[in-house]
Write a protein that binds this ligand. Structure first.
Ligand SMILES: *Cc1c(COP(=O)(O)O)cnc(C)c1O
Length: 610
């Protein structure tokens, strides 16, 4: 980490939540590519889930988010005061909420009840009145001017744009939002105030319960019904939004115009059957503190309040100045683990308000050694620490405390200093990985950036012809779609190649050779049988299968596989999925390795399928 990243002169803070902005930007890019063409309204409520609202809001916009979502008007005004000019959505309003401020600052308001509409209209009326008074004052000041000067001498006070109102329908969560019974009246009142020029009826939105796919489909139907009711009343809605992280990833039909991503962008999985890593997301927050005391104790000693824990043998106990006041869940009692220099050790005994004790056995742990509670390893890019135990994740802590990862990151307390870091540059892992691949007999390339990946795809086209099957292997954001887009260009296909996510298979006819490019996303396919069910004409096409490894072997006898990897141990990266990088993040090379597979598939490549 750079000195600047340490943020303090010499002394590291006692308790630190390192927030890796590159990891966060990576996640936002991955999610944006996933949800395309829906826009990203990034949720930075609750101080950006404990990470720091201002810093994370800025990083989200750099990575492609176009809207920000906060809980309430004070947070929205804080963002405006910090200079954010993008649309900001706020949806929870206490009776004394500052609607005047929200209307002046052009905050987008989520509205669940008619009184909120009236408050917005009143705030608008006040503004209009003030502007009129100012104009009148200016006009009377200039009473001595020649009569042909119709304009007041001072410029009229510019009014802010009309407040955009997003009406919320309760689709089953039973928090805020109008009930279906209240809905028509709310819509009518919004329409009337829109007609009067008091506000702009802009959107309809809701929030899902994430209870089950069936419950969410049910909520989606309720949402559609509410939209239909509004439209039948004559509302002309410009935008719809429903999905947060969970549905944004798994329920494409719920994405509409915006996905309000929150937790996934912070590198915590919204699912219990798929980890953040499996989703191609990186941990953003790393909670750490130094060991402040080490002592050797005999067997049979009680540790921490209540002596829930007793040493089994002579052992070393390390004291860490993080407790439940800092967010370590007391409910993790008996299960918690921390990471010190490549090894996990158990938290011994109860979590206290300010401290935990770690049983490190006979390991040589010293005062000053860094203890990581969850997050990412500190020195991955130095090549050290890649062996050994993985660092616990926020989700693991959630499991130990019977809560969700969201709570683990959001509850990190105010004594913990937030430090903003970025990936260390200058990693040469890509070259090393390429050398290793070459040694293993595969052809291998180091691809510098998304542009080079695109060019590589263009050039690779000449290796493929009718009957070719190419599997692309690499995590979300590795550059598979960028590669395929280049490949499409190299083959001269008609139309642009986009991510096939959730389409499963898309056929692009070629302009020249007549051999179509079939682009398949096998990510959501459960088995080779489902891939088989797509009835792809392998013999007469060039087939590119993303995530196809482990399935295609059963269908075709011979195929190529390109493995796209980030440099081993590297921490920097840029998502290349849609090829629309902002350009200011560090672009990191990829290693691409080509493998020829000659499997036992029942359909021989190049032969018609039976
Ligand atoms: C918190 C929240 C989100 C973001 O939810 P995640 O599950 O964290 O992605 C979106 N919309 C609303 C209304 C929320 O309260």
């Amino acid at each position: 980490m750079s000195d600047e990243a340490m943020g303090v002169s010499g002394a590291a803070p006692e308790r630190v939540a390192r927030v890796n902005l590159d990891a966060f930007r990576h996640n936002v890019r991955v999610l944006a590519a996933h949800a395309e063409p829906s826009e990203i309204m990034l949720a930075v409520k609750a101080d950006a889930y404990g990470h720091g609202m201002i810093q994370l809001a800025a990083a989200a916009l750099e990575a492609g988010a176009t809207w920000l979502a906060v809980l309430d008007i004070p947070a929205a005004l804080e963002l405006r005061a910090a200079g954010f000019t993008v649309p900001i959505f706020a949806w929870m309003h206490a009776p004394n909420a500052d609607f005047d401020g929200a209307v002046s600052e052009e905050i987008d308001i989520g509205v669940s009840a008619e009184w909120q509409l009236e408050r917005i209209a009143q705030a608008r009326a006040k503004l209009v009145e003030r502007a009129r008074a100012a104009a009148d004052g200016a006009a009377s000041d200039s009473a001595g001017d020649p009569p042909d000067d119709a304009e007041p001498s001072g410029a009229p006070t510019a009014l802010p744009a009309l407040t955009r109102v997003h009406l919320k329908i309760d689709t089953g969560l039973h928090r805020n939002g109008a009930t279906p019974e209240q809905w028509p009246a709310l819509v009518r009142r919004a329409m009337a105030l829109d007609e009067e020029g008091a506000l702009e009826l802009y959107a309809v939105w809701s929030h899902l319960a994430d209870a089950s796919p069936a419950d969410d489909s049910d909520a989606l139907e309720k949402f559609r019904a509410a939209v239909a009711v509004a439209e039948s009343l004559g509302a002309r809605l410009q935008r719809l939004h429903l999905a947060a992280s969970s549905a944004g990833i798994r329920m494409p039909e719920a994405r509409f115009n915006f996905v309000r991503f929150g937790i996934a962008a912070y590198g915590v999985s919204p699912f219990d059957d798929e980890t953040a890593e499996e989703l191609g997301l990186r941990a953003v927050m790393t909670l750490a503190a130094p060991v402040v005391s080490v002592k050797r104790v005999p067997a049979g000693q009680g540790v921490s309040y209540g002596f829930d824990y007793r040493t089994e043998a002579p052992t070393t106990l390390a004291l860490v100045p993080l407790g439940y006041a800092d967010g370590i869940p007391r409910a993790s009692n008996g299960k918690g683990q921390v990471w010190i220099a490549g090894t996990r050790y158990p938290v011994a005994g109860r979590v206290a308000m300010d401290q935990i004790v770690i049983d490190v056995g006979d390991a040589a742990v010293n005062v000053g050694d860094e203890v990581i509670v969850f997050g990412e390893a500190p020195s991955a890019n130095a090549g050290a620490g890649t062996a050994g135990d993985s660092v616990p994740t926020a989700e693991e802590w959630a499991g130990w405390a019977q809560t969700i990862g969201d709570e683990i990151v959001a509850r990190v307390g105010p004594r913990v200093v937030r430090q903003y870091v970025t990936d260390a540059p200058g990693d040469d892992g890509a070259a090393a990985a390429a050398a290793a691949a070459a040694a293993a007999g595969g052809e291998s390339w180091v691809i510098a950036d998304p542009e080079a990946m695109h060019a590589f795809g263009v050039a690779f086209a000449e290796r493929l012809g009718a009957g070719s099957v190419l599997v692309l292997t690499g995590e979300l954001g590795a550059g598979k779609t960028t590669f395929t887009r280049g490949l499409g260009e190299g083959l001269g296909v008609r139309g642009s190649v986009t991510s096939p996510t959730f389409v499963l298979a898309r056929t692009h006819p070629t302009l020249s050779t007549g051999v179509p490019l079939v682009h398949v996303d096998a990510y959501r396919l459960g088995s080779a049988a489902e891939l088989d069910d797509l009835d792809i004409d392998f013999a007469n096409s060039i087939v590119v299968v993303e995530w196809g490894s482990g399935m295609i072997e059963n269908l075709v006898g011979e195929h190529l596989e390109l493995v796209i990897e980030r440099p081993r141990g590297a921490r920097a990266d840029v998502v290349q999925t849609d090829g629309t990088d902002d350009g200011d993040a560090p672009v990191e090379p990829r290693t691409v390795t080509l493998h020829h597979h000659r499997g036992p598939g029942r359909v021989a490549t190049g032969a018609p399928r039976g």
